[in-house]
Design a protein around this ligand. Structure first.
Ligand SMILES: [Zn+2]
Length: 332
């Protein structure tokens, strides 16, 4: 594996007073120095709602794609200015493909492909995914090599996949929590909104031998095989037990600020919260880009795209529709 991994870079400038006001669409980096913990907290409101409501996703599919978006913000928000982080899954479940594209410093777009005939009410994210793999691609610009990490999805959810990734590839003790929910409101304005939140916590002691962690469960190893166990560092044991207490509702609660949540969790140990990194939903498609994609197709394929005297291309990310005359599309 190459070294450009999605590790945490804490900005040099500390601190600000904890905001009592909830701030949506942002990532909050934080540090619990007394436990050698670093992390990030994501709160998503309008940006998540914007991405998910551009498609008429069934609720379960929207929730799964929302979780992938939250995970992407936790992993991708450490990139340098022009970097790009792409998270994709390809699996045999009802949601056969999903992609989240994060362009530093703040742009997000995403979509999922699913088979509505295979959806049943109450399917959780793991069941929707099925088996296959999750790929994470980091592109830090033309002068840097591309990095790709691959994790098997084997009946688990995206949190499980993230844990496996950090255990196998990064060897950084890491816990991730993801939550996505639907908010229903009375009164004026939209009645229904998507909200999401997540937390990533990493144990980064100065002495590497303190970062030992218990191996994954041996799975279907033959009887008699004893799981490889180690004594984890007390600080990391405490960190894991603290993040395990975070409820989904706390991660998505529109009335609870990220700072309040972090102080609620870590106040006894002292937590430093750094300035938030804002996020927004914005697609990078354009008429020019679609036009140049069309011109890269074979003439025969372009001709087959003409329907009712025009060529219509819909962006899979944002559902923008681009119409071209046959002449504009290069059809003779
Ligand atoms: Zn688009």
């Amino acid at each position: 594996m190459v070294s450009q991994s999605p590790d945490i870079k804490i900005p040099a400038t500390p601190i600000r007073a904890p905001s009592a006001v909830p701030v949506d669409d942002a990532v909050l980096p934080f540090e619990v120095a007394s436990l050698d913990l670093r992390g990030r907290l994501t709160r998503l409101g309008p940006a998540l709602d914007d991405v998910l409501t551009k498609h008429a996703y069934p609720p379960e599919v929207g929730k799964l794609l929302g979780e992938a978006i939250v995970l992407t913000t936790l992993l991708g928000s450490s990139l340098k200015f022009d970097g790009r982080f792409i998270l994709q899954t390809q699996t045999d479940g009802p949601v056969s493909f999903l992609i989240v594209d994060f362009q530093a410093p703040d742009r997000l777009r995403a979509y999922a492909r699913f088979d509505s005939k295979r959806l049943t009410p109450g399917q959780d994210s793991a069941a929707l995914l099925g088996k296959g793999h999750l790929a994470m691609t980091i592109d830090q610009g033309p002068d840097m090599s591309r990095y790709q990490g691959l994790v098997a999805l084997d009946g688990g959810n995206l949190e499980d996949a993230a844990h496996e990734y950090f255990l196998r590839s990064e060897q950084i003790p890491t816990r991730v929590r993801l939550a996505v929910g639907e908010e229903w409101r009375g009164g004026e304005g939209p009645k229904h909104r998507w909200r999401g939140g997540g937390m990533l916590l990493q144990f980064l002691p100065k002495a590497p031998e303190r970062a030992r962690q218990a191996d994954l469960h041996p799975g279907d190893a033959p009887d008699g095989v004893i799981a490889h166990t180690v004594d984890e560092d007390d600080a990391w044991v405490e960190g894991q037990s603290l993040i395990a207490t975070v409820e989904d509702i706390e991660l998505i609660d529109p009335d609870l600020s990220g700072e309040r949540l972090l102080y609620r969790l870590f106040h006894e140990r002292g937590v430093r919260v750094f300035p938030p990194l804002p996020l927004r939903a914005q697609c990078s498609c354009s008429r020019e880009a679609v036009s140049s994609m069309l011109s890269s197709f074979a003439a025969k394929d372009r001709a087959e795209m003409v329907k009712d005297g025009k060529v219509v291309v819909t962006c899979e990310f944002c559902s923008s529709v681009y119409e071209f005359t046959p002449h504009e599309a290069g059809v003779e």
